[in-house]
Write a protein that binds this ligand. Structure first.
Ligand SMILES: [Zn+2]
Length: 159
């Protein structure tokens, strides 16, 4: 399963969606909810409103983990509905007080995605955009796109 709500099958994404009889088939959007971490936030933007604005630049904001939202040293964890036709995002460039700033992003619980084109659901070796002569180490994406799994806070020991 490449992301919440979607499955990878034989190099393709399988996503079940309720059919809207009032929409043309070409207008139906296929999104899946990704859990992303955004790193090195500025103290001036560590709030829910800014988190929502940032996440809406890469998809549709669903929710953010508010436990760490006021701690700039921790990554902002947020769920985002992401268009399956667009490649994964590894970061976000924003102008902060007129200065461009790069915010690194990583996705949690990703399994199958292409290191060549960044789309979910297939391996780069089967990608129509991949030149077989290009080694994996020279591709635009890699396993580093995956965030380390979130650690659960240990429960206090009873004693
Ligand atoms: Zn690909």
């Amino acid at each position: 399963m490449p992301a919440e709500g979607a499955w990878a099958f034989d190099g393709h994404i399988l996503l079940l969606k309720e059919f809207d009889i009032h929409k043309q088939p070409s207008k139906i959007e296929f999104t899946t909810t990704l859990l992303v971490k955004i790193y090195e936030l500025l103290m001036s933007i560590c709030n829910l409103k800014c988190a929502e604005l940032m996440v809406n630049k890469i998809g549709i904001f669903v929710e953010a983990d508010q436990t760490d939202i006021l701690v700039p040293s921790k990554a902002l964890k947020s769920k985002v509905d992401s268009d399956l036709k667009k490649p994964l995002r590894c970061g976000l460039m924003l102008k902060m007080n007129g200065t461009p700033s790069w915010f690194k992003m990583r996705s949690v619980k990703l399994s199958d995605f292409c290191y060549a084109c960044g789309l979910l659901g297939h391996d780069y070796r089967y990608c129509q955009h991949h030149d077989a002569g290009v080694p994996e180490s020279c591709l635009q994406y890699g396993p580093w796109v995956r965030a380390s799994p979130m650690k659960k806070t240990p429960k206090s020991m009873k004693g």
